[in-house]
Design a protein around this ligand. Structure first.
Ligand code: 4AZ
Length: 322
């Protein structure tokens, strides 16, 4: 049997020439065409599948190929870039996001949205441990490619199961120290214009730098959840977090962010587990995970985020585990 495969990259361009057509056998996978490659050779494509390159003379011939899969860890170059540009306006005090402009942001649902999360590779979501204290893996759905919380069945959404929960072993339900967890998906997400991966830290945002939070959380303390994903840009304010939460805040492993003196912009209930994102050189990094705060958007009480850079080794050990 012969298959005709249309080669398409996520971002277009090399190493596969988007739209090129090949004949391959049923032992399929896709074929990677790079006319610069002389000889039969393996080539790592920058998007979501490893393909085989071939002699240009073999194009159009029936060939037998074996497929391999890409490692699930994104390449540094490819993470944190979205196809759909977010609005530049800067949850509480925020604006509705341009649909699918935060393509690594997912909604965790059990009979409805309960927390946010962030795709760090095709099989793993980073979220907050406090979201999962009473969770059962088999009951959680991870909705990727989502814009409207209540509209989980669109051509852009992917509804994924969870095979494993990794809670941080030192997570403290009282102090909220180590409020980080990882979900392993029961099948990989398909990456496309609406679903992609954020970069792990990375550069750490320093005091007063701008960072953006996205989520389906309340727009003021106690409000009903909005339907559409929202975003807000706040500033790193560790000094104020230290002053506001002296018994809890630890700048080594947490980030405080808000609008000093003024308040008015913050994450809130329902945003928990979602990303605090930092843009450096055109790529977005997962700097923090929405963790806690006193109410929402109060002037002297910034939101507190788990500092993901403090958990890189922990994250790697979980995503590499069986
Ligand atoms: C919450 O209840 C919550 N202002 C999350 C974040 C913040 C406050 C509350 C930060 O999940």
């Amino acid at each position: 049997m012969i298959l005709i495969a249309k080669v398409q990259t996520i971002n277009g361009g090399n190493p596969a020439q988007t739209g090129d057509i090949f004949r391959v056998t049923v032992k399929d996978g896709f074929l990677c065409l790079n006319q610069q490659v002389i000889g039969y050779k393996e080539k790592l494509c920058t998007d979501y599948k490893v393909r085989y390159c071939c002699l240009s003379t073999s194009i159009g011939q029936t060939i037998s190929i074996t497929t391999t899969t890409t490692p699930s860890i994104p390449t540094v170059n490819n993470c944190g870039r979205q196809s759909i540009t977010p609005s530049t306006q800067r949850i509480v005090g925020g604006t509705e996001a341009t649909p699918n402009s935060w393509p690594w942001t997912v909604s965790l649902q059990v009979r409805g949205h309960f927390c946010g999360g962030t795709l760090i590779d095709t099989r793993h979501v980073v979220t907050a441990a406090h979201c999962l204290t009473s969770a059962i893996a088999s009951q959680i759905r991870v909705i990727a490619g989502l814009h409207e919380r209540l509209n989980i069945n669109t051509g852009r959404t992917q509804n994924l199961g969870v095979s494993r929960i990794f809670m941080h072993e030192q997570y403290n339900t009282i102090t909220q120290a180590h409020d980080i967890a990882i979900l392993r998906l029961s099948q990989p997400v398909q990456l496309n214009s609406y679903v992609s991966l954020i970069c792990l830290p990375g550069p750490d945002p320093q005091e007063s730098m701008s960072v953006t939070v996205a989520g389906w959380g309340s727009t003021y303390k106690g409000s009903p959840l909005p339907n559409a994903l929202r975003q807000v840009t706040v500033r790193v304010t560790n000094a104020q977090a230290q002053a506001a939460y002296p018994a809890y805040f630890n700048a080594q492993r947490q980030i405080g962010a808000g609008i000093p003196q003024t308040g008015g912009k913050d994450s809130c209930q329902g945003d928990s587990g979602g990303p605090l994102m930092y843009n450096s050189n055109g790529q977005w990094y997962l700097s923090g995970v929405v963790s806690f705060g006193t109410d929402c958007a109060l002037s002297n009480y910034p939101g507190v985020y788990t500092r993901t850079s403090a958990y890189r080794t922990w994250i790697q050990s979980k995503i590499n585990s069986n």
